[in-house]
Design a protein around this ligand. Structure first.
Ligand code: ACO
Length: 180
């Protein structure tokens, strides 16, 4: 699989992946809004197509849809938000979600502070949008995602939002500082 920036032609593949993986779904218009407004924050994982005579475009097996918070108060620090991330079941535990998160936030796969190559910093929340932190919501019962955010990436729980999801489940509101 390879990770690359989301393109218009990926909208349907991303939506299909989201429908497979999560009950929180979005209209194509909302994907498009992300792509047009914050083009450098959303990425896809594309499976390499090994059969050479087929269309060379691979299948979308994972994605991150991310944005900048639109309600930053005047003078407040801008912050990023992960709208949705998921990876198809047969491609899980290969490090794809971790790579997608790091790519969106820092513009590189391995974040080794404080030496961040400036060329890699050009496409990321932290550089392009000067985000001070990134936030997201996750179901309290979602062990895999919680482990990814907390143990692998260093997010911490800020708050519990009661009945955040349509089925009544609570969400953890999580946050990670992007300041090196
Ligand atoms: N159980 C425990 N820890 C896990 C699991 C799991 N099933 N999956 C990932 N992790 C943790 C591990 O620490 C892992 O590191 P390790 O493999 O070295 O132990 C680390 O996360 C990185 O894992 P990745 O391989 O990068 O994660 P993956 O590509 O499998 O994707 C994801 C993780 C996105 C949570 C996937 O399981 C998925 O798509 N789940 C369904 C959709 C979902 O829940 N999305 C998140 C909703 S919240 C939101 O969108 C903001």
């Amino acid at each position: 699989t390879s990770i690359r920036q989301m393109r218009m032609e990926d909208l349907q593949g991303m939506q299909a992946c989201n429908l497979f993986n999560l009950p929180e779904n979005y209209t194509l218009r909302y994907y498009l809004y992300h792509a047009l407004t914050w083009p450098s924050l959303s990425y896809v994982a594309e499976a390499r197509n090994l059969i050479y005579w087929q269309d060379h475009k691979g299948r979308i097996v994972g994605y991150i849809l991310a944005k900048m918070d639109e309600e930053t108060p005047e003078g407040g620090e801008p912050h990023g938000h992960v709208t949705s991330i998921s990876v198809l079941r047969s491609y899980r535990r290969l490090g794809i979600a971790k790579k997608l998160m790091l790519q969106s936030q820092f513009g590189l796969f391995e974040f080794i502070p404080p030496i961040i190559p400036p060329t890699h910093m050009s496409k990321a929340m932290a550089s392009v949008y000067r985000a001070s932190c990134v936030s997201l919501h996750v179901r309290k019962s979602n062990r895999a995602a919680l482990s990814l955010y907390r143990d692998t990436l260093g997010f911490s729980v800020q708050d519990v939002e009661k009945k955040y999801y349509a089925d009544g489940e609570d969400a953890y509101s999580m946050r990670l500082s992007l300041q090196v």
